[in-house]
Design a protein around this ligand. Structure first.
Ligand code: ADP
Ligand code: NI
Length: 226
């Protein structure tokens, strides 16, 4: 099904609703900032970007909805398993094997893999989803999600003796257990310059400035100067 540059039809709308309902049941109880509301925000932003980019809205919608299924951060064994988790949901909801394949290919490349690791090349649809997911890691919501995730993983908020690290591989990035302020320097502040769509780049500006302001205020309060 190619819905590039077109509105979705009623059959596609039904499939999206079915997938959305299944994803909702999986993420309802998450406390790490990867709850269903994160999925909904990524969905809304990705569809908005997709319209501007003239991308296939059906593929973008599906990929946004399932982008955290099988994610290593949320699995009990810490292993990534997008392929099985996503095909189980999509094929069950009536998505074709070809569309399912396109969605899995996008999701496998969405996650940030380390500050010294280049992002894998994406299709236009993939760029919309990756930018939308990254926008939700920035700004006020990004700050809130970072501390929610850090608390769940029992990370310190800040430790002035522990400096940000360079991660040359996905493995090194995954194994990192540093404090949450370091996460801003190791990932969140780098996202603005990794945006790949015009609307993503525009939205990232304010969110980036907000994080800089937050870090400045945090540092002032930490040292008792503000
Ligand atoms: P990605 O797939 O790129 O990791 P996600 O949407 O799955 O994106 O999750 C990213 C969010 O998880 C981060 O923006 C942050 O809120 C949280 N997170 C991940 N790793 C850390 C960390 N080491 N410290 C604090 N928050 C983290
Ligand atoms: Ni996400």
């Amino acid at each position: 099904m190619n819905t590039r540059g077109a509105m979705i039809n009623s059959e596609q709308k039904n499939i999206i609703d079915l997938v959305s309902a299944q994803v909702r049941t999986r993420f309802e109880t998450d406390g790490s900032g990867h709850d269903f509301e994160h999925v909904q925000r990524v969905f809304n932003t990705a569809v908005h970007i997709a319209t501007d980019e003239n991308a296939d809205v059906f593929i973008v919608s599906l990929a946004a909805l399932v982008h955290d299924l099988g994610d290593y951060k949320l699995s009990a064994d810490g292993k990534e398993n997008h392929r099985d988790a996503i095909s189980a949901v999509l094929l069950n909801c009536g998505v074709s094997a070809d569309d399912c394949h396109q969605v899995i290919d996008i999701v496998e490349k969405v996650s940030f893999k380390g500050n010294a690791v280049l992002d894998a090349p994406m299709t236009t649809e993939g760029k919309c989803v990756r930018d939308a997911d990254r926008l939700d890691a920035m700004g006020a919501i990004g700050v809130a999600r970072a501390f929610a995730y850090g608390a769940l993983k029992k990370r310190k908020m800040f430790d002035p003796d522990s400096k940000p690290a360079v991660h040359n591989s996905f493995d090194a990035y995954q194994k990192n257990e540093g404090h949450t302020i370091n996460h801003f320097y190791e990932k969140l502040l780098l996202l603005k310059d990794r945006m790949e769509t015009a609307s993503g780049r525009a939205m990232a500006e304010d969110r980036h400035q907000f994080m800089l302001h937050f870090l400045d205020q945090f540092s002032g309060e930490w040292s008792g100067l503000k």
